[in-house]
Design a protein around this ligand. Structure first.
Ligand code: URA
Length: 440
């Protein structure tokens, strides 16, 4: 079987056999297929797609490309979540502690930033001392002790995805339904939880720009999870505007703590409560309404905040940053971005805003670049808000002064101000389960 022939077959719209897909993943993981051929293959998939059967086999081959986590020594139901990626998306840091506070165990494997989107591991590493590359034993112990743990793709878990994810990031092949579905679900299957909730983001800051594309992706992932014996569901949530008001690693940890103290922004709080309730429902904790009540109570009782502090402690981090987020230092250089005219903020190009945050140092420009944990953006105005010419719409932070002007310009070009107020948008568009799609 020659790689050239597989690329040609996919380029002409053919479907690969099970044997061809398994050999492809096995050989790529072992380093026997060069990145330039794999890039060509990913581009062929981007244009030609894959059948459901091909996507299911690809997912299984990637899930089995390395070790799989055995969580059987952790008692009770284990629940996992995964977001397809967005801007200001700090939901894991809020939802996982809420679910743990309600008596479920959350054993989660997370990623770093991809493209213009942030990653939970980078956010966690902004907390001094935090370990995000846990051995299997340390991970299981942390889940047992704190009720939750979040680790990076450490050791030999899904090495095929690790290589492919980095390759797709630099070859413009991220936005493909079969490639995203297999990437997300291979990690979720290998991570071993009983229940999986997928947060499929939609809009200008997401990889899927329309609700229809997001629903198609969600359906594929839910089908793969269900076929593999996991209780799986998805919520399709709005990423046409950044989630919450703070973007950037330590800024997002700060905002997550605000939500867990009952003082977070309304959009972020509502999305997190819905995600947590859905996870609790999958875990059999009651009806959807009862689960929403449990989630609210976990915040108001302070128990969810305690779970986050416990997770940080168990993973070697300094929990005083959770108890007093004022300890996070602001980056030394800042600039205010002001509205160029009066009117209403009618659109935020959320990908553009994610790129502005990246320009400030909050994300990686290349796979090997470092992160400025204090860099980021505080939004003072969001879509739907009225603004006066000259009013501050955001504040930018960085440790490298020379980055400010370009990021401010990019931010300004990413927002649109018009004379009339835009119609309000939904925060949650739909729920996808094995029984179908329910639009809200
Ligand atoms: N998140 C993933 O884990 N993989 C993708 O391909 C996109 C988002």
């Amino acid at each position: 079987m020659r790689m050239y022939d597989l690329i040609m077959k996919k380029r002409s719209g053919g479907a690969l056999s099970e044997e061809e897909i398994r050999t492809l993943i096995d050989s790529y993981t072992k380093g026997e297929i060069p990145d330039y051929q794999m890039s060509a293959f990913c581009m062929a998939v981007y244009f030609q797609g894959m059948t459901d059967e091909e996507t299911a086999v690809l997912t299984d081959a990637m899930a089995n490309s390395g070790d799989r986590m055995d969580l059987s020594e952790i008692p009770g139901v284990k629940v996992d979540k995964h977001s397809t990626g967005g801007v200001g998306d700090k939901t894991t840091l809020i939802v996982a502690p809420i679910v743990a506070a309600c008596g479920c165990h959350v054993a989660k494997m997370s990623g770093r930033g991809l493209g213009h989107t942030g990653g939970t591991i980078d956010k966690m590493e902004s907390i001094p001392g935090m370990q995000t590359s846990l051995t299997r034993e340390a991970f299981i112990q942390a889940v047992k002790d704190a009720g939750l743990a979040v680790t990076g793709q450490s050791g030999n878990m899904t090495p095929a995805d690790k290589k492919l994810y980095a390759l797709r990031d630099v070859t413009a092949t991220v936005e493909s339904i079969p490639l995203i579905a297999s990437s997300v679900m291979s990690k979720k299957l290998a991570a071993g939880s009983d229940c999986i909730l997928l947060d499929v983001k939609t809009g200008s800051g997401a990889f899927m720009k329309t609700v229809e594309e997001s629903a198609a992706l969600a359906e594929k992932m839910v089908a793969i999870g269900t076929q593999n014996g996991r209780r799986t569901a998805a919520l399709i949530t709005n990423m046409d505007v950044p989630l919450g008001n703070q973007i950037g690693n330590s800024l997002e940890v700060e905002e997550a703590v605000q939500v867990l103290c009952g003082q977070g922004p309304q959009d972020l709080t509502e999305v997190c409560l819905a995600l947590a309730a859905e996870m609790l429902f999958l875990a059999g904790k009651g009806s959807r309404d009862e689960c929403l009540g449990l989630a609210r109570n976990a915040i108001s009782s302070g128990e969810a905040l305690e779970r986050l502090a416990a997770m940080v402690r168990c993973q070697g981090g300094d929990e005083t940053y959770i108890r007093d987020p004022g300890k996070f230092k602001r980056a030394p250089f800042s600039a205010e971005v002001r509205a160029s005219e009066s009117g209403y903020l009618t659109r935020m190009d959320t990908e553009g805003i994610g790129i502005s945050a990246m320009m400030l140092g909050a994300g990686r420009e290349t796979k090997d670049s470092g992160i400025d944990y204090q860099a980021g953006i505080i939004l003072k105005k969001k879509t739907g808000d009225q603004v006066e010419a000259g009013e501050v719409i955001s504040e930018l932070f960085t440790s490298q002064k020379e980055r400010l002007d370009m990021a401010a310009q990019h931010f300004l070009e990413s927002v649109t101000i018009r004379p009339s107020r835009p119609l309000p948008e939904k925060l949650i568009y739909a729920r996808v389960t094995e029984h179908g799609i329910e639009y809200f």
